[in-house]
Ligand binder design. Structure first.
Ligand SMILES: [Zn+2]
Length: 274
């Protein structure tokens, strides 16, 4: 599933073609069912004539601030957003769930093979978004704040990092990466960390995500940038491994181990992460 670095890359790529443009409607080729929060006809009527003022990210959600409303999209597993001339086909069109025509003859399309993605139109994003923790790459997310949020937490680190209410935007790949950088075992309990280990975890989260953004996300499964090209983060992973990938730990050269933590495949180096 796209995580913070992948969604951030999509947001940055969509600003140039979309900001300042006016959306002229919404076309759903098939019944979107539970993928939308309003009747699809109503979405088309309500969004028509609204200008794209800003595009931002909150956790793994894309937020398109429009003249009157906010369009919120979650890519989930197989969501893909791209902008093309309205008459230009694309291989992702096979799974297109909604098209937003623009005033310049182009079109924003949302393709989603598995249909887990979400498209919400609302006046108040807070009404739609769940409880989300702080943005880990923001300047105001300090070590001191992280320390305070960690206080009283008892769960294992891997599960805690995946908890969006604790910290926003981290998923399976970057949780494994953060713990490898921090040299912490994924099954360590949050209340067992000393001051130095908390500082390492804080740095690990920030560095794993910042590297992910720098390399424009990990194109391991479905994720592609809006222009269809791949991110490069998959070539710089420290611990996260796909099935069958037995590359050793880049630090010690030992084997990476795979275990299950809270039902999620978890990858770590038993030598470096204690
Ligand atoms: Zn190692």
């Amino acid at each position: 599933m796209p995580e913070l670095p992948e969604v951030e890359t999509v947001v940055r790529s969509l600003r140039q073609p979309l900001i300042g443009r006016t959306i002229t409607g919404a076309v759903f080729p098939t019944d979107p069912g539970r993928q939308v929060n309003l009747d699809p006809v109503l979405i088309g009527q309500r969004i028509a004539g609204q200008r794209v003022e800003a595009i931002n990210r909150r956790a793994k959600y894309l937020l398109f601030r429009l003249s009157a409303d906010t369009l919120i999209i979650h890519l989930k597993m197989t969501g893909h957003l791209y902008v093309l001339p309205a008459d230009e086909p694309n291989p992702f069109d096979r799974w297109v769930r909604v098209r937003f025509p623009l005033d310049n003859g182009q079109e924003l399309r949302f393709s989603d093979s598995r249909r887990f993605g979400r498209v919400y139109l609302c006046s108040e994003p807070e009404d739609v978004l769940p409880d989300l923790g702080p943005e880990p790459l923001e300047d105001d997310f300090t070590l001191d704040i992280f320390r305070k949020r960690l206080k009283g937490r008892k769960g294992v680190l891997k599960s805690l990092l995946l908890n969006q209410a604790f910290i926003a935007g981290v998923g399976n790949i970057y949780a494994d990466e953060a713990l490898h950088i921090a040299r912490l075992h994924p099954q360590r309990h949050a209340d067992s960390l000393n001051d130095d280990e908390v500082a390492r975890l804080y740095m690990g989260i920030r560095q794993a995500l910042a590297d992910g953004v720098r390399y424009e996300g990990a194109s391991i499964n479905w994720y592609r940038k809006p222009d269809g090209s791949r991110g490069q983060s998959q070539n710089h992973l420290r611990a996260y491994r796909e099935r069958g990938d037995d590359q050793p730990c880049p630090v010690c050269g030992g084997p990476i181990m795979t275990i299950r933590v809270g039902q999620r495949g978890t990858h770590f180096c038993p030598t470096c992460q204690t």
